[in-house]
Design a protein. Structure first.
Length: 318
């Protein structure tokens, strides 16, 4: 199948750096996809200077979309975005993965992201799974390995990641979400320096909770969905420029809200609520089943925003 170029002009590569924001999927109160908010969201990410965008990720509510909706959301974002777009194509079966991957790449996506199924237990099973996934999506399709053992219950050692990268040139990026994971980043970079694995772009998730030190350990940036992606952009930029104290000061100011947003079960509700407060989303609606925020929780988030605004005026939501 022919592949079109990504909107940015090139497919995702192992040299990718910066912030690739994880985009939520906006919905109107009746649960339909909110295309107006989706457009506004892409424009917002463009204005704050992200380097790329990932859609249909874990917190993009991808499992709640049917196949036609998922393709429509991805295609709309790819068409509007001036930067590379990665599309989550994880699926219980390879047929659906093959179909969505082919369609989004033809629409101009820069690459796809694949998470391992929770049934994988051994190193050989993990390596074999990604070999089968490459066979399904095609060797010319760049892909991101999502390493998130806290959610997927699949533990990928640095050696396993190195094996996947050695076996497949199309493996271009690791979405690093192991926790604790700082030593893992260091181990991967040691393998690279020793010539035991090729260079991979490493972008980190976990809501950005460890980004301040992850960049210092050798990560190339962030791929996560914190409700202030503009802060993530600044921290990565400051770290890159060697302005360590400024990077940590800004990060520390946001840490209470980042911690609150990282709560299992309500994290996406917090994220969407803040983005609605910021005027990016028209509604903080999630598709059912979903966890919502109580009035008390909303008041707590408002309090955190008020405190944050004393340091970062972007938190002033009116």
């Amino acid at each position: 199948m022919a592949r079109h170029e990504a909107a940015s002009g090139a497919p995702l590569s192992r040299d990718a750096t910066g912030v690739y924001a994880i985009a939520p999927t906006p919905f109107v109160p009746d649960g339909s996809v909110d295309n107006n908010s989706l457009d506004r969201l892409v424009d917002f990410y463009t204005e704050v200077g992200v380097d790329g965008l990932t859609v249909l990720g874990q917190l993009g509510e991808a499992p709640k979309l049917d196949a036609s909706e998922a393709l429509a959301v991805a295609s709309r974002v790819v068409k509007r975005a001036p930067f590379p777009v990665v599309v989550g194509v994880s699926s219980p079966g390879f047929a659906a993965m093959r179909s969505l991957s082919g369609a989004v790449m033809d629409a101009g996506a820069a690459g796809v992201m694949i998470a391992p199924p929770s049934s994988l237990r051994t190193d050989d099973q993990i390596v074999g799974y990604y070999a089968d996934a490459v066979d399904a999506i095609g060797e010319q399709t760049p892909f991101v390995v999502q390493d998130y053992p806290l959610t997927f219950s699949v533990v990928m050692t640095p050696d396993v990641i190195a094996r996947i990268a050695r076996d497949h040139q199309s493996c271009v990026m690791l979405k690093h979400e192991d926790w604790p994971g700082l030593e893992k980043i260091s181990a991967l970079r040691r393998l690279e320096r020793a010539g035991e694995m090729p260079h991979l772009s490493i972008l980190c998730g976990n809501g950005g909770l460890f980004l301040d030190f992850e960049t210092e350990r050798g990560a190339d940036g962030a791929m996560t969905g914190y409700c202030f992606p503009d802060m993530l952009v600044d921290v990565v930029s400051l770290s890159r420029a060697g302005e360590r104290e400024r990077a940590h000061d800004l990060f520390d100011a946001h840490l209470p809200l980042m911690r609150y947003e990282q709560q299992p079960g309500v994290g996406l509700a917090v994220r969407k609520y803040v983005m609605a407060r910021r005027g990016i989303l028209a509604s903080d609606t999630q598709r059912k089943p979903a966890g919502g925020l109580s009035d008390t929780a909303r008041a707590e988030v408002d309090y955190l925003l008020e405190r944050l605004a004393c340091y970062d005026t972007r938190a002033e939501t009116g």
